[in-house]
Design a protein around this ligand. Sequence first.
Ligand SMILES: C[S@@+](CC[C@H](N)C(=O)[O-])C[C@H]1O[C@@H](n2cnc3c(N)ncnc32)[C@H](O)[C@@H]1O
Length: 224
Amino acid sequence: MKFTDSPIIELSIGNKVLSIQQDNNSMHVGTSVWPCSLVLVKFLDRWLSNPNPNPNSNSYTHLLSNFHTSRAVELGAGCGVAGMGLYLLGLTNITLTDIAPVMPALKHNLKRNKQTLNKTLKTSILYWSNLDQINSLNPPFDFVIATDVVYIEESVPSLVSAMEKLIGDKGVVLLGYQLRSPEAHTLFWEMCERVFEITKVSHEDLHPDYAYEETDVFIMRKKS
Ligand SMILES: C[S@@+](CC[C@H](N)C(=O)[O-])C[C@H]1O[C@@H](n2cnc3c(N)ncnc32)[C@H](O)[C@@H]1O
């Protein structure tokens, strides 16, 4: 499911508005904006703007306490919504990565939002199976960000392995997730359960305007 067929998607964060241009007709899924990216950004926006909007639920304040001094990398960034959104929320040391054919769409959107962001964010070509590219990013990272990246069964082992190699022992993987392929889904969660402690964010803790039944946010930490 694409979020909308509109060529321009807008996302408000504080008093800023990101404007992302998407191309739903290209052969690369990364040139479209996918709802998980919006859901993840607005979940964090909700908790950063108001550390405890729901007194009955667990607080995410601890998770976000050193957001501003953390190093982060985004996998399969596509048009860059999650990376740009989290940058505006304070995750300023972030590198957005994707495959080479998606780079023009990513760079176009970073340029399009340069004034809002006050700078052009860092990008890097990263194929999940490419160990040299992983190492050249100089892991470990405090945060690995990924939204709507689980849809091809064959790519799952390299995706999980890239997450494991990139994240630090005390780091956090923030995943926006939607079931797109039953085979990829089963393999992904089987593999993740071996490597990560996994917490699913309750839907009542998501941003009320960006909480879709089919979309989830997961917080994953390496098992010790
Ligand atoms: C469905 S799109 C999601 C894009 C963006 N994260 C979003 O939520 O709008 C999946 C992204 O994963 C990237 N991707 C798929 N397989 C990949 C691989 N093997 N290595 C690196 N990136 C990959 C695609 O190029 C694409 O940008």
